[in-house]
Design a protein around this ligand. Structure first.
Ligand code: KIV
Ligand code: ZN
Length: 518
């Protein structure tokens, strides 16, 4: 039977201590309710002595939350403990969390006390807190840089004084996994009454090791972990809730532990914290980052299409990610992913159309990092709208224009026999110059009746779709093309309309020759 790991969330306390983060009372309540829905065991709702506003927010959370323990933080001084109790006393299950600095550097230079004074103060204040509730947590701050014998003594004395949870923080993110394992084995071995409390670990991410350290702590006797959503927290942040929870869930084969977290609420919670904290989750953040389940390389996309597990160790649905696994179309995507995407968009293309569309897609991939569905639709519909054997094909276009210059266009086209023809023209603007040069080269002079241009995606690298109508002998022909360069799109839209016109005429002639009607 796997053992339960208690999840203590300190997003509202240590998370709010991040420079630049401050939640409104309404946001705090909403976060607390979401943490309750997520299945967090203990919510550290705030630091009630910090301000009357903090006290009020903790009181509101304590009154509303029913399924999680609500905890208030206090320094090891009476006024703080009184405020903490004032904040949480009406909670369904209140906890007071008392802390004091224990490393020599902090005792000497920050508290300006002796270790003996710290020991006595901690013991007395834990005893004081235990008068209010039997649910008292004690943290020897900067524990990983504290002298071990002193650490063992202070923990032992605080358990004796009534602490039921001993939280051992790596307050400055100094620990290395192997060392953290030995550290907790040392505590379990040298603190005689350690079996009377729940052992907890609270880590910071200064060396980017806090998730690894937390997992190692669990493997060495820790049963409560202190975490924050998205890893928000002081400096480089705290251990991230989603990473620990999903590591335990995903590696059940070697980690015989479980949590009561409803993992399907993780993504929603992450988004809420992202919005309220104003701290954007980095794209490559484990579990909740935008790219966590997006695949860009052709080899990976091919594997995913054959079986998701080839490149994913977790199911995004389990994390509540609504968009699920995503294949991001770009220059590295292969034919397999491209074809699957065309099917997904609901198009049926012939082999020739698929090949041409794939070439156009690769060409666009060199200009645009991410090709979205709208880009693909433009490429595909251009192929659908193209004739099977185009008579005229664009080889090269060069345009110069400006407010004090005459617009000039130079064009090179392949004619129906495959010869290259080149000419240039000037015009009232670049499109006019281009279309005049087209007429000179092709010797076909249809009337341009409509020219429309539309951006199909956002941003500077957006594709423009050009739609034109040309008229000849009372009939209208439409041409369409898309490109990140609108002048190239304009030139290709023209050849597209011309080819449709020629194709149509050919078809009519054949129909007449066969005795049918057009
Ligand atoms: O990092 C730390 O040591 C803390 C304590 C208050 C637990 O946040
Ligand atoms: Zn902390």
């Amino acid at each position: 039977m796997s053992e339960k790991i208690y999840i203590f969330d300190t997003t509202l306390r240590d998370g709010e201590q991040s420079a630049g983060v401050s939640f409104t009372p309404q946001e705090k309540l909403e976060i607390a309710k979401q943490l309750e829905r997520l299945g967090v065991d203990i919510i550290e709702a705030g630091f009630p002595c910090a301000s009357p506003g903090d006290l009020k927010a903790v009181q509101t959370i304590a009154a509303e939350v029913k399924d999680s323990t609500v905890c208030g933080l206090a320094r090891a001084v009476k006024a703080d403990i009184d405020a903490a109790w004032e904040g949480i006393r009406h909670a369904a299950d209140p906890r007071i969390h008392v802390f004091i600095n224990t490393s020599n550097v902090q005792i000497e230079h920050q508290l300006r006390k002796t270790p003996e004074q710290v020991l006595e103060q901690a013991e007395a204040m834990v005893r004081y807190a235990a008068q209010f509730t039997s649910n008292v947590e004690f943290s020897p701050m900067d524990a990983t840089r504290t002298e071990y014998d002193f650490l063992y003594r202070i923990i032992e004395r605080c358990i004796e004084a009534g602490a039921t949870t001993i939280n051992v923080p790596d307050s400055v993110g100094y620990g290395i996994p192997e060392e953290i394992g030995a550290f907790f084995r040392g505590i379990s071995k040298n603190v005689s009454n350690i079996d009377r409390c729940c052992l907890s670990f609270h880590a910071h991410n200064d060396l980017g090791l806090c998730t690894a350290n937390t997992i190692t702590a669990i493997q060495n006797g820790v049963r409560q972990v202190e975490v924050t959503v998205n890893g928000v927290g002081e400096r480089a942040g705290n251990t991230s809730l989603e990473e620990v929870v999903m590591a335990l869930k995903t590696r059940k084969d070697i980690l015989d532990f479980h949590t009561d977290i409803n993992t399907r609420e993780i993504y929603r919670t992450s988004k809420l914290i992202e919005a309220f904290s104003g701290m954007q989750v980095q794209w490559n953040k484990a579990i909740v980052g935008k790219n966590s389940f997006r695949h860009g390389s052709g080899i990976h996309q091919d594997g995913i299409l054959k079986r998701r597990e080839t490149w994913e160790i977790m199911d995004p649905e389990e994390i509540g990610i609504p968009q699920g696994t995503q294949l991001v179309m770009g220059k590295l995507s292969g034919r397999h992913a491209f074809r699957a995407k065309v099917d997904e968009l609901g198009y049926t293309l012939s082999e020739i159309e698929i090949n041409r569309a794939f070439d156009a897609f690769k060409e666009l991939g060199d200009k645009k990092a991410v090709i979205d569905d709208r880009d693909l639709e433009a490429i595909i519909s251009e192929q659908l709208g193209d004739v099977e054997n185009p008579a005229w094909r664009l080889d090269h276009v060069q345009v110069s224009s400006g407010n004090r210059a005459t617009a000039t266009a130079t064009l090179r086209l392949y004619d129906p026999e495959g010869n290259i023809l080149e000419d240039a023209a000037t015009g009232t603007g670049p499109v006019d110059a281009m279309y005049k040069a087209m007429r000179r080269i092709t010797n076909i002079e249809p009337k341009l009746t409509e020219f429309r241009i539309k951006a199909i995606t956002e941003g500077i690298d957006a594709q423009g779709v050009v739609t034109i109508r040309i008229e000849q002998h009372g009939r209208t022909y439409v041409g369409r093309a898309s490109d990140t360069d609108i002048l190239v799109a304009s030139a290709r839209a023209y050849t597209n309309a011309l080819n449709r016109m020629i194709d149509c005429k050919k078809w009519n002639q054949q129909a007449r020759a066969n005795g049918g009607s057009a």
